[in-house]
Ligand binder design. Structure first.
Ligand SMILES: Cc1cc2nc3c(=O)[nH]c(=O)nc-3n(C[C@H](O)[C@H](O)[C@H](O)COP(=O)(O)OP(=O)(O)OC[C@H]3O[C@@H](n4cnc5c(N)ncnc54)[C@H](O)[C@@H]3O)c2cc1C
Length: 301
């Protein structure tokens, strides 16, 4: 029995955790690719989360924290460990003056709607970014010159053995699509510092941003957003387009002909189709422009 299978037997009896075996990761990620996970553990409450983190540490099993799966890709042979997710108990949202405290499993889109309803401004340019608040903070998601990191006032979460941690904004190093929290942490709650604004103006800006995105990005096909980070002073999409790679296909994966920094699943793509296409793009851009493209999406090993 593998470490993950024996951990499943343990976790089955742990309070506050729901476990399943063999769930296809294609069903948990926006790309729609990836084989089965040995154990999917959903923490239903804080106690369950602490229990599962302790059990994982005791067993030495490899694990991965998954949010809404909109920025990750798993291999076709799946993940021989535990994929941990937070249940809906971690999705509460509440206002405190001009701050908002939101659970890490809340969708970013729901958080933006909450802010608009409460006339709180600051996150409008993130409209249209899919995924959870935890995933957004973990990768310092951003768009149109704004990032979530600049609005974070404090964070709560749990360390590898289930120890509670609270971080203030100054404890976290945010950079371009990057956040360093020190030792690994499962984020459970984020406090965002916003400003009072006018509801109509907030809604209008969000709608304008979503409209722009829909015009420029391939929302009609499964994908994981921008594949590569923009190199300093350059646009990855432009380099890929200039390398003549728009529309290039491997199996069911294609460099979007709408936005060259998106790879889309045109139907039936495998993870290896996507990864092969990523390699082709990197090699071509490297050989034509001597630029080494770095991944924005996370390939989970
Ligand atoms: C159509 C499309 C458009 C996109 N546009 C943008 C964009 O404009 N800007 C942008 O920045 N991104 C964009 N993305 C990428 C993605 O939506 C964001 O990165 C999003 O914030 C990821 O959130 P998630 O919950 O899906 O995280 P996941 O993909 O599940 O995970 C991403 C990372 O966050 C970590 N993580 C998740 N939850 C937690 C937690 N609770 N605690 C600790 N770590 C955690 C994971 O371990 C992983 O390393 C786009 C994606 C798509 C599909």
């Amino acid at each position: 029995m593998s470490g993950a299978s024996s951990l499943y037997r343990t976790l089955e009896n742990v309070k506050g955790v729901t476990c399943r075996q063999g769930v296809p990761l294609s069903s948990l990620t926006s790309f729609g690719v990836g084989g089965p996970v040995a154990v999917l553990a959903v923490a239903e409450n804080t106690e369950g989360l602490r229990n599962v983190l302790r059990s994982i540490a005791d067993s030495g099993t490899k694990w991965f924290m998954l949010g809404a799966g909109t920025n990750v890709i798993f291999h076709d042979d799946g993940f021989d460990g535990v994929v941990l997710r937070l249940g809906s108990a971690f999705a509460n949202t509440e206002r405190d003056g001009s701050n908002v405290r939101v659970g890490a499993s809340a969708l970013l889109s729901d958080t933006l709607s909450f802010c608009a309803e409460h006339s709180l401004s600051g996150l409008e340019r993130l409209a249209g970014i899919p995924g959870s608040v935890g995933g957004a903070v973990a990768g310092n998601a951003g768009a149109y010159g704004a990032t979530i990191g600049e609005k974070v006032q404090s964070l709560r979460g749990f360390g590898e053995r289930g120890a509670a941690r609270r971080l203030e904004s100054g404890d976290v190093h945010f950079d371009y699509r990057y956040a360093d929290f020190g030792p690994p942490i499962v984020l459970t709650e984020v406090e965002l510092s916003l400003e009072e604004g006018k509801r109509e103006a907030i809604v209008a800006e969000m709608e304008e941003i979503v409209k722009r995105r829909r015009e420029r990005q391939p929302y009609e096909f499964p994908c994981a957003g921008s594949v590569f980070k923009n190199p300093p002073e350059m646009k990855a999409a432009r380099l890929i387009e200039q390398a003549g790679l728009k529309g290039r296909k491997v199996g069911g994966a294609q460099v979007s002909d709408k936005h060259a920094n998106f790879i889309v699943n045109r139907g039936g793509a495998s993870s290896s189709d996507v990864l092969s296409l990523i390699d082709i793009v990197r090699e071509e851009v490297q050989s034509r422009f001597s630029v080494s493209l770095q991944l924005e999406i996370k390939v989970v090993q």
